[in-house]
Design a binder for this molecule. Structure first.
Ligand SMILES: NC(=O)c1ccc[n+]([C@@H]2O[C@H](COP(=O)([O-])OP(=O)(O)OC[C@H]3O[C@@H](n4cnc5c(N)ncnc54)[C@H](OP(=O)(O)O)[C@@H]3O)[C@@H](O)[C@H]2O)c1
Length: 267
């Protein structure tokens, strides 16, 4: 079977690490070309060289802070000037900050929303019309199992991921019959640098590998589902969370990511 992204130029955000890096490797192995976006340019350039040497992939690197206002337009304008057409989009860049909202650093609160919500929405809005006009392409948005219930101590992060899930499900419907495949993928705890920022208390259950998230996504792209949860145990927990009375779901979520007593005291 041909690779899902074979012959397509795919823009991957957050490609310098973790799940995004695994997406880039899989797309290159499957015969796609890439646009890699993240802040750490040197890492992206080294990755571009590796993927080109290994698979002959044509890789464009765009160093951008997706938390900055107008970042999405900055990226797409730059690509237009370089004559690059993006045929599929993986909105993967994201971050989660653990801690209660009261007393949180305002810049950190806003950067989560800017990267997880604003940049994802704007990139999709800018690139989707071209895909629809060509009658092909894909938009993959990385949500989280945090999308399925409110998560105390990570209120903003969970709310951004609920947005990603809701937004993507609606777009799936808007694009039906257009030839463009729209999919949200919700990983549970995955073994990446995510927890360098989110902290260990944010990690619920055993961690899966980024490559497992990517494999589940590529399988789902061949179906017609609007969204998937990566991993059977994560899928079961997400389903249960949606069916519980909201006070219970919130209580369980609070217990799962409650800060360690020492960390709580130092806050
Ligand atoms: N790991 C998990 O347990 C888990 C679970 C559920 C959902 N997710 C979601 O999976 C996605 C990928 O996360 P990951 O686990 O692979 O974490 P990661 O290893 O920390 O990777 C995050 C990526 O996002 C990029 N990024 C962060 N802030 C950015 C900014 N301001 N501008 C541009 N790029 C930015 C980072 O690149 P630079 O630092 O180079 O900019 C990096 O490439 C996120 O949306 C996350 O919410 C992760």
């Amino acid at each position: 079977m041909a690779g899902y992204f074979e012959g397509q130029r795919v823009l991957v955000t957050g490609a310098s690490s973790g799940i995004g890096r695994a997406f880039a490797a899989r797309i290159a192995a499957d015969g796609g070309d890439l646009v890699l976006v993240a802040r750490r340019e040197a890492i992206l350039r080294a990755q571009a060289d590796e993927l080109h040497a290994q698979f002959g992939t044509r890789v464009e690197v765009v160093a951008a802070d997706l938390g900055a206002p107008g970042a999405a337009l900055g990226v797409t304008d730059l690509l237009a000037r370089r004559g690059i057409t993006v045929e599929a989009l993986v909105n993967n860049a994201g971050l989660g900050i653990h801690g209660d909202l009261a007393g949180a650093d305002l810049a950190a609160v806003s950067s989560q929303i800017a990267v997880n919500v604003t940049a994802l929405t704007e990139l999709t809005a800018i690139l989707l019309p071209g895909m629809i006009a060509h009658g092909r392409g894909a938009v993959v948005n990385v949500a989280s199992t945090a999308a399925f219930q409110p998560v105390p101590h990570m209120a903003v992060y969970a709310a951004t991921k609920a947005y990603v899930l809701s937004f993507t499900r609606a777009l799936w419907s808007e694009t039906r019959g257009s030839g463009v495949r729209v999919l949200a993928v919700s990983p549970g705890a995955t073994d990446t640098a995510f927890f360098d920022i989110a902290g260990e208390a944010a990690s619920v259950g055993s961690r899966r590998a980024p490559e497992q998230v990517v494999a589940a996504t590529v399988r789902a792209l061949r179906s017609n589902r609007p969204d998937i949860v990566d991993g059977a145990a994560n899928a079961l927990l997400a389903r249960v969370a949606c069916r519980l009375p909201s006070t219970l779901a919130i209580t369980f979520a609070e217990r799962s990511v409650r800060p360690e007593p020492a960390a709580a005291q130092s806050n």
